[in-house]
Every structure is written in C-alpha cells, then in structure tokens.
Design a protein around this ligand. Structure first.
Ligand code: FDA
Length: 307
C-alpha cells in the first residue's frame, strides 16, 4: 500500500524539499547513490570492475524545467565518458540515460532530447562502449522508442528498456527482439494507471516471464534487470532452453541492492552489470528505491526519529 504513496511523493516538489533537506537523508541515500561527482563514482566503478562486475552509469536527474539543464545533462555524460576513456574503463562501463533529463518534456522536447543524446552516444561509441535509454513513465515511451530507432541507424548497439507492467510491452518486445538489438527488461518503477498497466504483482511477474521468453527466443541481446530470485532462475532456464551461451545475455541489478547476488552470478560465469547512479539530483531515483521496498522507508524514518 505504501509504494504508490511514495511514488506519488516522488513527483512532489514540496516533498523533494523536505526529504532533500533532512540531515539524516544522506546516509540512507548513499546506500543507493554512492557519490555526487565523477571523482566520487570512479573509485566505485574501479572497485566493481575489479570484483569481476560490469557497470552502467546513470547521472541522476529527470523532469528538468529549463533548456540549459538539458545541456548540463549532456555535458555531465560527456565529462564522464572522458574520464572513463582516460582510465581505460570504456570496455566495462556503459551509460544509462533518462531522456527527460535531456529535455524530452520541454517544448520541442523530442528533437531537443535527440540532439542532446546523440553526441553522448557518439562519444560512448568512440571509446568502445554504449548507451541504454531508460524507460520512464508511459507517456514518454513513443518518443523514447522513436529516438532509440533513430540512434540505432548510426549506432546499432544503442540499448533501450522495456517495462513488464505495461500492456504494450509484449508487442514492443516482439518488435525489438531482432538481430543486434540490446534490450533491458524490468518490472517497471513508475505509478501507472490501470488503463495501461498491470497493478497486481503476480500479473507483472507473469508478463515479465512471457516478455523475457520472447527476448531469449529472438535474435537480440537480452539484459535481465531484476533482483527477484525467481525471475533470475527463470532467466537462466530460458537462456539454456534458447541455446544461448553465457555471453549472449546478461543480468543487471541496481547498486546497493542484493550485492552478494551480483558476485554470485559473476562467479558462476555470468555477465553481471551493476546500475550505478550518481549526482546531486537524486530525489526521484531515491524515492523509487523506497517505493520498491517499504522496509527501506521504515529504516529511513527510524533513522530520522533516533537522530
Ligand atoms: P522486486 O521488486 O519483486 O524485488 C525482488 C527482491 O529484490 C525484493 O524482495 C528485495 O529483496 C530486493 N529489492 C528490490 N528492490 C529493492 C529496493 N529498492 N531496496 C532493497 N531491496 C530491493 N524501472 C523503470 O521503470 N525504468 C528503467 O529504466 C529501469 N531501469 C532499471 C535498471 C536496472 C539494472 C534494474 C535492476 C532495475 C531498473 N528499473 C527500472 C527498476 C525496476 O523497474 C524495478 O522497480 C526494480 O528492479 C524492482 O523490481 P525487481 O525486479 O527487483 O523485483
């Protein structure tokens, strides 16, 4: 019951101000977002890659209101790619981007987001890595898929995310399960209405399995984004049945969540990528992590009371 309330709060400016200013927020935030700057996140990338893991980096931020902020987002990613290149980390680290941070919701936003993300994808390709377009709320997805298709003309390795809770996703998965595509399947983290999305957890899990099967049986590269032990086991089984080798799909999990499982899968020979978010505008990302597991909220509230 708490999840939808927290998700509604994730879009509230008033709550943003209260939560961001609370002195006890920081240690709880750090569990999921291990730094605010490139200099703080690079040692984390080094540590993860030394442990045999791969990384996808997200500069946190979304729902911007000014065009200048969209340029700042582009520049933050370009700076990150430069640092990865200097340190020779291009092979192990890719980027995840939210198009709303690149201006998608502003006037003329589709073109603006495309113009901002293109140089990032280009710079990533130049150092041998790639970019995955995150999926945000359902109203943004037609634009996201169109930008994905456009980018793939020049950079076919550009990835995208699909969300199992949306009714549309099974059709999207069939379209995307083509040679050369890279698709991350997740359950979905936004508050979506019953007209467009399953509300029941069991229904979402069943849809996830159907979609994952489509991806595994297809010709693209599936990226299994989940911490759910049942779905991870099913993912392994579907990959085996589809005759895929260990380097023909990968697992992805979020930094700070089930970290021992990251290492276990990597030790079994799986490609395991850790989604690592950093930056100062962490509010929306943080609130979605609280909504996924209300126990996180209790921990957060308890730390506020006992301070
Ligand atoms: P589920 O929520 O059932 O969790 C399974 C178990 O994992 C829980 O029982 C708990 O142990 C642990 N767990 C999960 N979330 C936790 C949390 N926040 N804190 C502590 N423990 C937790 N969504 C989206 O809409 N668009 C996107 O682009 C992405 N991108 C993305 C990338 C990657 C790599 C991952 C792993 C996830 C996303 N997501 C996302 C988020 C996704 O939609 C979903 O909300 C979360 O992954 C939680 O769902 P699970 O599949 O982990 O299952």
């Amino acid at each position: 019951m708490l999840g939808p309330v927290i998700l509604a709060a994730s879009r509230s400016d008033k709550m943003r101000r209260i939560v961001s200013a609370a002195p006890v927020t920081k240690p709880v935030v750090n569990r999921f977002i291990p730094g605010e700057t490139v200099d703080q996140v690079i040692p984390i990338v080094e540590e993860l890659t030394r442990a045999g893991l791969e990384v996808t980096l997200d500069v946190v931020g979304e729902d911007i209101t000014e065009v200048e902020q969209s340029y700042a987002a582009r520049d933050a990613y370009l700076q990150l790619i430069e640092r990865l290149a200097e340190l020779g980390l291009g092979e192990k680290a890719e980027m995840s981007v939210k198009l709303s941070m690149f201006g998608q919701a502003l006037e003329g936003g589709h073109e603006l987001a495309l113009a901002n993300v293109r140089p990032v994808v280009e710079a990533a390709a130049a150092i041998g890595t790639t970019v995955t377009l995150d999926a945000e709320d359902h109203t943004t997805l037609d634009s996201m898929f169109a930008i994905h298709e456009e980018l793939r003309r020049d950079f076919p390795q550009t990835g995208c995310v699909i969300q199992a809770y949306l009714f549309r996703t099974e059709a999207d998965a069939r379209r995307l399960a083509a040679a050369g595509s890279r698709v991350r399947i997740v359950k979905g983290a936004y508050k979506e209405p019953a007209e467009v999305a399953y509300q029941d957890k069991a229904e979402i899990d069943k849809a996830y399995v159907r979609i994952l099967k489509t991806l595994m049986d297809g010709e693209g590269y599936p990226m299994i984004g989940s911490h759910d032990p049942r779905l991870i086991a099913i993912g392994q089984e579907l990959a085996r049945k589809a005759g895929r080798k260990l380097d023909e799909y990968e697992f992805q999990m979020l930094y700070g969540i089930r970290s021992e499982e990251h290492l276990r899968l990597a030790a079994e020979g799986h490609r395991m990528r850790v989604y690592t978010a950093y930056g100062t505008d962490w509010y929306g990302y943080f609130m979605r992590r609280l909504a996924e597991k209300p126990a996180n909220l209790l921990f957060f509230v308890r730390s506020m009371i006992t301070k």
